[in-house]
Design a protein around this ligand. Structure first.
Ligand code: LLP
Length: 433
């Protein structure tokens, strides 16, 4: 059991053992699972607040606006919490815009990215002044032309930025890299400069900035350094073409978090130093710098609580079968990503066994871990928590195998709140005929 305790401490300490019970901000997760059922997503408001202020403090002294990338976790209560902390938001669909609207996120602090924004979506947005967002991040020439056409047709002003694909390898998992030439995102330097030449003086479309987002779970500073360098050069060229200064740059998200306890990732101090060097120094001082963090604000502020349904022990091969599955948390199945798993009870006398931890979905890839040493006997009803599940956990979940989506609970400032009810089977099938 000793090794478990040492490995356990989450970076923000919100999830930890107290008197042999694994707790969130002092409340045993077992208690929450008794009350709200299993499987269950549980978030810590304290951990969210702490990660937000760590980032904000690291960047202090610069004109930074944090636009939380809500795709990481778009629960309305979580969005309200970020709004209270002063965050804007990065959106990737009209659906996310709708959530921002419900959560009351200030319209001028919303940026809208996405490669496939449709005419219907723009049409809805252009009913509002400045499309009810701070800026639209354009990802293709055709998209720009459509926005320009609609803005003129509706006689409505709209602010845009160009999402630049800087052809930089973020040195992260292949499936979450977004800034290489072969990736589908953004515009090339040439496309951006052409659009600047043709539309610098457009009556309705205001070209206000340039954005990048080179990938996610970035654990080294070198990709950022490369990307910031080429972005800063492009800013010079764009300003020459426009004949005026840009209003802002948006540096995207991507800051990596430790999934293995003790794992090294990018230091916020180093990240801030790079931002300063390229965008807040004598050479280039931007009026405004946006960043779009998702994972780094919430991954380690959430866990997925699950219960053992059965186990199978065949010699050395042991399989622990949980009541959750890849439909609830698909990161391990999709990216073979690692998540720490802990037992909710810290029993002294339990033997450590190496488990393949699996879900109940009819897919061979439905694994949370392989050969993981855990102090679990394998008895029905034993509970575990899968850590670092706050980002891209619930937001990527599905009802595959007709399994209802889970309940979500937020523990904040001593209060326990059910922030999403467990889906019922009736709700799950309600749109079908
Ligand atoms: N901005 C844009 C335009 C993005 O596409 C993303 C994430 C972010 C910001 C936020 O990036 P973050 O700070 O969270 O790294 N499902 C994957 C991650 C996909 C990220 C997609 N874009 C995972 O579970 O690892």
């Amino acid at each position: 059991m000793k090794i478990m305790k040492d490995r356990l401490i989450q970076p923000d300490h919100s999830f930890n053992y107290i008197k042999k019970e694994f707790c969130v901000d002092g409340i045993p997760l077992n208690k929450l699972a008794d009350r709200y059922g299993s499987p269950l997503y549980v978030y810590s408001g304290t951990a969210i607040r702490e990660s937000f202020s760590r980032l904000k403090n690291a960047l202090t002294g610069m004109p930074i606006q944090i636009c939380y990338a809500m795709k990481a976790n778009s629960n309305l209560t979580i969005l309200e919490l970020f709004k209270k902390l002063g965050a804007g938001c990065d959106l990737v669909s009209y659906g996310e815009w709708f959530r921002a609207e419900l959560a009351g996120m200030p319209r001028n602090l919303r940026v809208l990215s996405g490669v496939a924004k449709t005419a219907e979506e723009f049409d809805c947005l252009l009913q509002f002044p400045n499309a009810a967002v701070g800026s639209i991040h354009v990802e293709s020439v055709m998209e720009f032309e459509l926005i320009q056409l609609l803005a003129h047709y509706r006689q409505q002003k709209v602010t845009v930025a160009f999402r630049y694909n800087p052809n930089v390898d973020a040195k992260t998992h292949d499936k979450i890299s977004t800034g290489r030439k072969k990736d589908k995102f953004g515009l090339t330097r040439e496309e951006i400069l052409d659009l600047c030449v043709n539309f610098a003086q457009d009556e309705f479309v205001n070209i206000a900035g340039i954005s990048i987002h080179i990938g996610s779970q970035i654990t080294k500073t070198s990709p950022y350094e490369k990307a910031f360098g080429v972005l800063s050069d492009l800013c010079d060229e764009v300003e020459d073409h426009l004949g005026r200064s840009l209003e802002y740059v948006d540096l995207g998200g991507g800051i990596g978090v430790p999934y293995h306890l003790g794992e090294k990732t990018i230091s916020l101090k180093e990240y801030a130093a790079l931002v300063k060097k390229y965008f807040h120094s004598k050479n280039r001082k931007m009026k405004k710098i946006l960043i779009e963090p998702g994972r780094s604000l919430i991954a380690n502020a959430g866990v997925l609580v699950s219960e053992v349904v059965y186990s199978k022990e065949r010699g050395t091969h042991k399989t622990l079968i949980l009541d959750s599955g890849m439909n609830d948390l698909m990161r391990p199945a999709l990216y073979e990503s690692f998540h720490e798993i802990v037992s909710l009870r810290d029993e002294d006398d339990l033997k450590i066994k190496k488990w393949d931890v699996v879900g109940g979905i009819c897919e061979t890839t439905d694994y949370f871990a392989r050969g993981r040493p855990l102090p679990i006997e394998g008895l029905p009803g034993e509970r575990i928590a899968i850590l670092s599940a706050g980002a891209y956990g619930f937001s990527m979940s599905s009802t595959y195998n007709t399994r209802p989506q889970l309940a979500e609970v937020l523990v904040d400032q001593g209060k326990v709140k059910l922030i999403r009810k467990r889906q019922t089977l009736e709700a799950l099938v309600s749109l079908e005929k």
